[in-house]
Ligand binder design. Structure first.
Ligand code: SAM
Length: 249
């Protein structure tokens, strides 16, 4: 269970809200049962339940656990907001596979309109999906889901990454694998490497967007010779990068 850092001391963890309800009423846990708690950032522990109250479960820390479920390479998926509930699927599957952050964005051919005022509920739902998928995957951290950016705002974040790629099926360019190998070699390893992978909408990137992305150092990459759906492309790119970085056997 991911709990706010302030609810986790050296010796005790306090679980509240829906998670406490889940422990007490769904899992029907008893005093003495063990749970795994994490502050979602740097601490994860095995804890034995010492008190079960209304919407509050207290557990004493038995042992700190290694943060071994987090990949060394930290991949952010920037996804042009797709139609329907594909974004929910991308967040769920991307979390299971090992993405650390999701940035939805609006590009020229993004079909859906995004109205920040109306959509706060959707942002909450995305965050909940990321938390639940991280718990299910026994991850140590919950991936962040940012509020949607405009295309030029996204381009401004390219420089903060150690390597940035945009998935561009149009160009007979290089495969993601080669470009990632090159980036890892020039950086001298994957530990803590921040990589941004940008995926276009159902209608793809425009030529203008492709040249703007390249102009800020974002490298166009191929994900094979087949045209993938937008909700598939990010998953393929993420898996390919984690595999190439030795995170998957
Ligand atoms: N232009 C495509 C077409 O003609 O059907 C539509 C875009 S594709 C359905 C959605 C997005 O997935 C693209 O913008 C791209 O980012 C990514 N994508 C799909 N297949 C790809 C591939 N083989 N290599 C790189 N990116 C790919």
């Amino acid at each position: 269970y991911f709990i706010p850092p302030e609810q986790m001391t050296e010796s005790e963890a306090v679980v509240t809200g829906d998670d406490a309800h889940h422990i007490a009423n769904v899992m029907r846990a008893r005093i003495g049962d063990s749970i795994i708690v994490s502050d979602g950032a740097s601490r994860e522990a095995l804890a034995a339940i010492s008190d079960i109250g209304k919407n509050r479960v207290v557990a004493s820390i038995a042992e700190m656990l290694p943060m071994s479920a987090e990949p060394a390479i930290r991949v952010t998926i920037a996804q042009s907001l797709p139609k329907g509930d594909k974004m929910e699927t991308i967040i769920q599957k991307g979390t299971e596979i090992g993405a650390v952050r999701f940035i939805p964005f609006i590009s020229e051919r993004t079909v859906v309109q995004y109205d920040a005022k109306k959509e706060s509920k959707r942002l909450e739902r995305w965050a909940k999906i990321a938390k639940e998928a991280a718990e299910q995957a026994h991850r140590n951290r919950v991936p962040a889901v940012e509020s949607p950016l405009k295309w030029n705002e996204l381009l401004q974040s390219v420089g903060k990454a150690d390597a940035a790629f945009f998935c561009y099926e149009k160009e007979a360019g290089t495969m993601l694998k080669q470009e990632l190998r090159r980036a890892i070699a020039s950086r001298g390893g994957t530990e803590g490497m921040n990589v941004l992978l940008i995926v276009g909408p159902e209608g793809g990137f425009s030529e203008r967007e492709a040249s703007e992305a390249e102009a800020v150092g974002c490298v166009p990459v191929l994900l094979g010779a087949r045209i993938l759906r937008t909700e598939t492309a990010g998953m393929v790119g993420l898996t390919c990068m984690l595999y190439e970085a030795g995170e998957m056997g």
